[in-house]
Design a protein around this ligand. Structure first.
Ligand code: GN1
Ligand code: MG
Length: 344
């Protein structure tokens, strides 16, 4: 493991608030998250995840900790058969250092993917997410607080998009005019979603089950070890989780690959549906099952709206490596949406 783009001394000194760094201490910046900065740490032969949370996005870190503890206690009490996220207190007994750093134990023999590898992998991941929900089913959503207020409010996401259109530079408006039009022409997806929502229950959801949040066995790409990134656990519709999973597990290209053409894999889509229902077929209501197809379109649509809003706002929310990356991400989502509409 090597250290990239990071000041090792700062990471070492932060980690020392947990235990003294050993001679084998190593740290690596993991590039996949768009919001927080995440480091994989090796110390004394054990692996950890050290994270610096983005305080502009997560305004109340204590809420996240409480949600993680509530969910992991619940899962343990129900004998959930997979590892749960284990937050480690620093040596002063607190889960947060300077209100922004936190630490987890990490399984060293795991691997993450940015792009789906096979239909079987999609099936196994959906089955894993469905099982997570099966075990969360009787956790009362009132025990969970919103870590980001308005996260699932798609009408306000649309309003933020409208505001961004008002304030964006001429240059960025011109660069994205086709994408803006496509989004405006497909508002009806949200209208359908808004009429379905009142008919379906509120549950405890993960709200970010994209492919890179699944840890797979290093030796077996079809074996899921754990679902991570519990920061957005909140009360909402389970359809959001299904839709967000479709977003990455049917996408044949990386999230910021803008190439034109069909990037949707229907086989994987059918595998996701089958896998998701393995543990949930007797849990979901008829309306929820009926809503799966709409959820896929809606979540991809909203993700495109979010990426494009950020592009128009000059990239203030998602981390970007280049000025056009949020527009590339938007194009990728819209290619996916087009293909879902044509092939579902
Ligand atoms: C963000 O940072 P990361 O990769 O966990 C975002 C998700 C998006 C995702 C798109 C708090 O997740 O909602 O779906 O990017 N998280 C937040 O890749 O906004
Ligand atoms: Mg996340």
């Amino acid at each position: 493991m090597e250290l990239k783009n990071t000041n090792i001394d700062q990471i070492k000194s932060t980690f020392s608030a947990y235990e003294p760094p050993s001679v084998d201490f190593k740290a690596e910046l993991l590039a996949s998250g768009h919001i927080n900065r995440t480091f994989k740490i090796l110390n004394n032969g054990k692996y950890y995840i050290l994270q610096k949370i983005n305080a502009l996005v997560f305004k109340n870190p204590q809420v996240i900790t409480q949600n993680i503890l509530t969910v992991s206690q619940h899962l343990k009490s129900k004998s959930y058969p997979h590892p749960v996220l284990k937050l480690l207190p620093f040596s002063d007994g607190h889960y947060w250092l300077e209100n922004q750093w936190r630490l987890f134990r990490f399984t060293g023999n795991s691997k993450t993917y940015e792009k789906v590898q096979s239909r079987k992998q999609a099936f196994e991941a959906a089955k894993f997410l469905g099982e997570f929900h099966f075990f969360l089913n009787n956790l009362d959503a009132h025990n969970i607080q919103d870590s980001i207020v308005g996260f699932l409010d798609f009408n306000s996401r649309t309003e933020q998009f409208e505001n961004a259109l008002e304030s964006a530079s001429e240059e960025r408006l011109a660069q994205s005019k086709h994408e803006i039009k496509f989004i405006q022409d497909h508002r009806f997806i949200l209208e359908e979603w808004n009429s379905l929502l009142p008919k379906i229950p509120t549950r405890v959801i993960h709200a970010d089950p994209k492919i890179s949040n699944f840890l797979f066995d290093e030796a077996d790409e079809n074996k899921v070890l754990a679902l991570i990134d519990w920061d957005t656990i909140m009360a909402g519709t389970i359809l959001y989780d299904f839709g967000d999973m479709v977003r990455s597990y049917t996408n044949l290209r990386k999230e910021d690959d803008p190439k034109n053409g069909n990037n949707f894999n229907k086989e994987n889509y059918l595998a996701l549906k089958d896998g998701f229902l393995v543990h949930l077929k007797n849990v979901l209501t008829d309306e929820e099952i009926f809503g799966l197809d709409l959820a896929a379109k809606t979540v991809v649509y909203i993700q495109a709206v979010r990426f494009l809003t950020d592009f128009l706002n000059n990239d203030v929310y998602y981390a970007t490596q280049s000025p056009g990356q949020n527009l590339d991400r938007t194009k990728n989502q819209l290619n996916l949406l087009r293909a879902i509409i044509d092939n579902q």
